[in-house]
Design a protein around this ligand. Sequence first.
Ligand SMILES: Cc1ncc(COP(=O)(O)O)c(C=O)c1O
Length: 449
Amino acid sequence: MPTILERYQKAFPKDQELAQQANKVLPDGITSDGRYMEPFPIYIKESNGSKKWGVSGQEFIDYRGGNGALLLGHNPPEIVAAVTKQLQLGTHYSACHPLEIEWANLIQELIPSAEKVRFTNSGTEANLLAIRLARTYTGKNKILRFLGHYHGWQDSVILGAGEGENTPSGIPSYIASQTIACPPNDLDIVEKYLREDPDIACIILEPTGGCSGVVPITGQFLAQLRELTLHYGVVLIFDEIITGFRVHPGGAQTYHQITPDLTTLAKVVAGGLPGGAVAGRQEILNLISKKVQKKTLKSTKVSHLGTFNANPVSASAGIAMLTAIKTRKPHKHINELANYFRQQLNQIIDDNHLDWVVYGEFSCLKFLIGHGLKGLKTADFNPHTLDYRKLMYRGNPYLRQYLRLGLLLNGIDISLSSVIMAAHSTKDIDQTVTAFSQTIAWLKTENLI
Ligand SMILES: Cc1ncc(COP(=O)(O)O)c(C=O)c1O
């Protein structure tokens, strides 16, 4: 019987060939660290609805959902129509255009704290701008962030994006020293920092927990953070780049009824195309405004430029996406389907007596492959009681890799942090559950579990 690795190498010959070509021109053959895969990644040539098709001819049910951007699925007709129309009307006017107003109005309609909006090209850029605004507004320098929360790859927030507090390469120590990376969900530590360090400008976090809920957060924690930040004059930034429009049409802040000072958006907001935004309190966003600065005779204008900010193509996709979200129809479907999916996968995990679990809230799926809690049934798993480092570790890397390869071989593209899209059906889920069972059987044959 061939091993999973042997099967993978045999099943994806064209992918392997492309990977060899890619390695010659791209470091590791990839274009984003998140796409790194051993022995080589798969290459996709087409996608539609809940599916993707690879260069070696396989069909995959996709749960990666454009890294969370594709809330509706691949190529939803309303977005395709809007983008196609816009491509014929022009991709860049080097000028203002009506779509950016419509786009901002929709954001404002869905997210009540969005008194003003500024568009960027990505989530990384949105957080960069939000932090710059917070520093200018408060006149302070430091950022407090939580270990494991991801806010993009720019210098001041990449530190602490993983589990450790080590400074990543290429970040000057004088920049790293301005970032405080706290363990997640520990209010006492946050308060201690705020009490002892008067130079903290902002707290930034993912409002359902790092990696959209791998280490989940409670609404109570958010409420307490809100109180603390108000007390200490610190700007509270909700990074809703994944949660925005996904956990609720009004984001996690509407779900939990907590109003941050600033919200950063990307992914869903741009309808599956590149784009992002900072939204929030007028008083803070107006630090970008020349007019307001002139009127108040202040010299604190925050610079923000960008060739592709609010480009008409992304705007057209964003408008189509947010218009669909306004109906609230997608959310009921994706949340119910995600619940069903988690239950089905957990049933198989229990039947096989594995110390794995699939958890997560809303339409987010989190896999923990080896929690080490002997005899624990998946129904009794509570991520709030587990050490955050264990949740972030996600389990045995070797096993995780073979699980991923096995699932790809069985026509499923899913990672440890995945999402349900509106295009998914119960049939997709049932097919995936069968693939999951098959992969577990292979892992057993290889004595990997
Ligand atoms: C919560 C969160 N913040 C920020 C980012 C960075 O966004 P981008 O990749 O658009 O720069 C991401 C991307 O995955 C994210 O998930």
